[in-house]
Design a binder for this molecule. Structure first.
Ligand code: MN
Length: 136
C-alpha cells in the first residue's frame, strides 16, 4: 500500500498536445506491474486535445462542466457529467471543453509495452472545433 498525499503539483498540458489552457493532475502512474495510467484533466473553455490515438484505447469520464469529443469521420458529441466515452485502440480522436464552459474528465488507459500512452497528431483547427453543435 502506498499513499500519495495531495501534494503533487498540477501541471500544464504541453502546447504540442493541446490547444488552449489545460491542467493535469496525476491519478495513477504506470509501473512495471500495472499499465494503468489515469489523470484528472481540466480544460478551460475552448481548450482541447490535438488529434491523437491510444495504443490500447482510452476511457474518459466527465466529472464537471460540458465537453466535446469526436472520432475521425464522426460527429462532435456533447458530453456532460456522468457520461463516459471509450475510444478504440488506434481510433483517431480528440476531446475537450465546450467553447464557453470548463470541463474536467478522468482519463484512464493502459500504456503499451514501451510505456507509451498516446500518439499525437495535428491540432484540432478552429474550423474543426467550430463544427460543434450548440450547447443547450
Ligand atoms: Mn484521448
Amino acid at each position: 500500500m502506498e499513499v500519495t498525499r495531495n501534494s503533487v503539483e498540477t501541471t500544464a498540458g504541453p502546447s504540442d498536445w493541446f490547444t488552449g489552457s489545460v491542467y493535469l493532475d496525476t491519478v495513477a502512474t504506470p509501473s512495471e506491474r500495472s499499465r494503468l495510467s489515469a489523470s484528472s484533466v481540466h480544460f478551460t473553455p475552448g481548450a482541447r486535445t490535438a488529434w491523437h490515438t491510444h495504443p490500447n484505447g482510452q476511457t474518459i469520464y466527465v466529472m464537471e462542466g460540458i465537453g466535446l469529443a469526436q472520432r475521425r469521420g464522426g460527429p462532435i458529441e456533447v458530453i456532460r457529467p456522468g457520461d463516459r466515452v471509450f475510444f478504440e485502440p488506434g481510433e483517431d480522436h480528440w476531446h475537450g471543453a465546450a467553447p464557453i464552459r470548463f470541463m474536467t474528465h478522468l482519463a484512464m488507459l493502459e500504456v503499451d509495452d514501451e510505456g507509451n500512452p498516446a500518439t499525437w497528431g495535428d491540432h484540432v483547427s478552429d474550423e474543426e472545433y467550430g463544427a460543434a453543435p450548440p450547447i443547450d
